[in-house]
Design a binder for this molecule. Structure first.
Ligand code: GLU
Length: 357
């Protein structure tokens, strides 16, 4: 038994990845054109931070004659709600944000790089997971919830870093024959990435907003395919942004700590990583102390609030650009009558630390 046979047993019908590489070729765009995407989960709610991100995505694409994609990240099917996609499409449209590619209603999409709903991309993720298994870079893990809790308890009492890594990664070096026997026996499993990283080594990365970052390497054998056959965020992000030929990943800075995982996955798959631009979290003053705007506590967290209150969409967009970008205010003062579309947004002029709302 070898890795190839193991991979065939796990994903018997997955295509070769060359099929997808050819189906989704490099885009033929003018030099410097940016391909961006807004990638919300369809929870029926657009957070003000999501609107903020999508304004930036759209602007960066538009001003470089690139492409702005709306992709729906619905791999967590427990969080699904009815009409979740159309609520996002309509919510964005109210702010004049219409994608060039991706979802345009609950079930319709435009563009040649789809499907744009992750739940419809299952076979694509599985093909890439299969290629990692063949190379010995991913493996099935049969740990039960109890076993994982047991590992965690041991790590806690020994006061060491929690997680599934190194010697704690029980199935990392499990004999292939035994794994095959377990699969044939019907034992449940998930697929993990076999990390080559080390926590005592650091990576350097230049973020388009935050500048030079230095972070510890990832050493966790993270889950890439869950028990339901769908990918985790980490794996879907890497596969999708590669295949959709996204050039700039603009997302909230809560994702910075996961960046080492993503860069390691890009490398393992042999893909060129995109440029990353991590935006500052929008904060609220709460009796003198700053905290994140919360979906539960603050009605202004939901973009629907502004319409209900009769605040024009343009005013909201102006306001967000103003807190996002230090060059917006002087531009607006000098050009009071120009349309927002004429403002040129520069990622390196974005606020680096938390913006107050
Ligand atoms: N679905 C992720 C979220 O809702 C997207 C993050 C990203 O833009 O990569 O936060």
């Amino acid at each position: 038994m070898d890795f190839n046979e193991l991979a065939d047993l796990i994903f018997p019908s997955a295509k070769e990845i060359s099929y997808y590489e050819e189906k989704y070729p490099e885009r033929n765009l003018p030099e410097g054109a940016a391909v961006t995407r807004f990638a919300p989960s369809p929870t029926g709610f657009i957070h003000i931070g999501g609107l903020f991100g999508s304004i930036i995505d759209r602007k960066i694409a538009e001003q470089s004659k690139g492409v702005f994609i709306l992709r729906i990240e619905d791999t967590d099917q427990k969080r699904e709600i009815e009409n979740g996609v159309s609520q996002i499409v309509d919510g964005l449209k109210a702010f004049d944000i219409v994608p060039n590619e991706g979802m345009i209603s609950e079930n319709d999409e435009i563009g040649n790089y789809g499907p744009y709903k992750q739940s419809q991309r299952k076979e694509i993720y599985q093909a890439y997971a299969k290629s990692l298994i063949k190379q010995g870079q991913a493996y099935p893990c049969f740990c039960t919830q109890e076993e994982l809790e047991e590992i965690r308890a041991k790590q806690e009492s020994a006061k060491i870093k929690p997680g599934y890594y190194g010697v704690w990664a029980k199935y990392r070096n499990f004999p292939i024959d035994e794994a095959v026997a377990k699969i044939k026996n019907g034992d449940p499993y998930i697929i993990r990435f076999k990390s080559q990283g080390r926590e005592d080594r650091r990576i350097k990365h230049k973020d388009s907003i935050k500048g030079n970052l230095e972070l510890p390497e990832n050493d966790q054998d993270i889950v890439i395919i869950k028990a339901d056959g769908l990918p985790t965020y980490h794996f879907a992000h890497v596969v999708d942004d590669h295949l959709m030929r996204v050039t700039h990943v603009i997302r909230g800075d809560e994702w910075i700590s996961s960046l080492p995982i993503h860069l390691e996955l890009f490398k393992a798959l042999g893909f060129k990583p995109p440029k990353y631009a991590h935006t500052a979290t929008i904060m609220k003053d709460d009796n003198g102390s700053k905290r994140k705007i919360s979906k539960r506590k603050d009605p202004e967290a939901a973009v629907s609030y502004y319409h209900e209150e009769g605040i024009p969409s343009d005013a909201v967009v102006e306001y967000l650009l103003n807190i996002a970008n230090s060059s917006f205010e002087p531009w607006r003062r000098a050009n009071p009558d120009k349309s927002i579309a004429e403002f040129e947004l520069q990622l390196n002029k974005m606020s680096v630390s938390r913006s107050s709302f």
